[in-house]
Design a protein around this ligand. Sequence first.
Ligand code: ADP
Ligand code: MG
Length: 312
Amino acid sequence: MAQTQNREVLLDVKNLEISYGTGKKKFVAVKNANFQIYKGETFGLVGESGSGKTTIGRAIMRIVPTSGGEILYGGQKINGRIPRALDRKVIQEIQMIFQDPQASLNERAKVSYIVGEGLMNVRKDLSPAEREEKVKQALLDVGLLPEFASRFPHEFSGGQRQRIGIARALIVEPKFMIADEPISALDMSIRAQVLNLLRFLQKQRDITYLFIAHDLSVMRYISDRIAVIHKGDIVELADAEELIAHALHPYTRALLSAIPMPDPQHERTKTLLTYDPAQHHYETEAPAWRELRPQHYVLCSEAEAEQWSALY
Ligand code: ADP
Ligand code: MG
């Protein structure tokens, strides 16, 4: 998993800045983000609430504008103004699954409309009957009954609603899916089912995922690589196992200290760490994105680079 040469880059984010508001009210929600997502992998983006995760997802979806840098998809720039043909390609190939299945489905629309809506844009060639057929297949693909097509969202449980959301994304045959905390709003008992479904779909269709979560406990099992974001700054990025075993940034280490570990020895001796941003002295030396271990990147000053490299 650690080899990066010869891997096809599907999404390339370069010096990305995303801000809300302008002038005095300008708030930079994402600062100078840099990462690449390889074709076929699950790339995890983790950080506490308000750190800018959804903002990044929405910028890739072209729902929010970017204020600096570039987002390249398949080598083509997709932020800012883009040609219509590329816009159509992006609309079809990049889909998002939302955090809250209670809020993200149109209550007044039937499931057939909700799931089939995307086809109206990308498959104008289909007749209503063919569209209906695809809706039924999409429902089957996510483990729901085709008959559900004629019902309304309020008739379903949280888990079923999230499956409807997945069917809606899947129906246009996307290549890249952004799963924005797809299980955080669900009951504990059904989280694993939805995760397994997402994993199965990925294997079956070679879909690439950007998987967003606010804690590392789930992330470590489903992600190939993980990026950690703190208040708009991506502070660390590495292979999932490498990140868990050799976390370098104090924020990542604090996140890690909060999750239960399968190793009982570790469980007994661990201490809960808190992260204090004031521990950095970035007024005197600005941090930079550095590779401290192979394919393991951290935002740090030179002094920190030296100190953190000696941690393991
Ligand atoms: P996350 O998904 O990590 O919880 P978000 O990307 O939703 O974080 O938000 C990042 C920051 O941007 C937060 O401080 C949030 O308040 C702010 N923000 C999000 N959406 C808007 C918006 N539409 N207008 C202004 N600020 C926003
Ligand atoms: Mg969010």
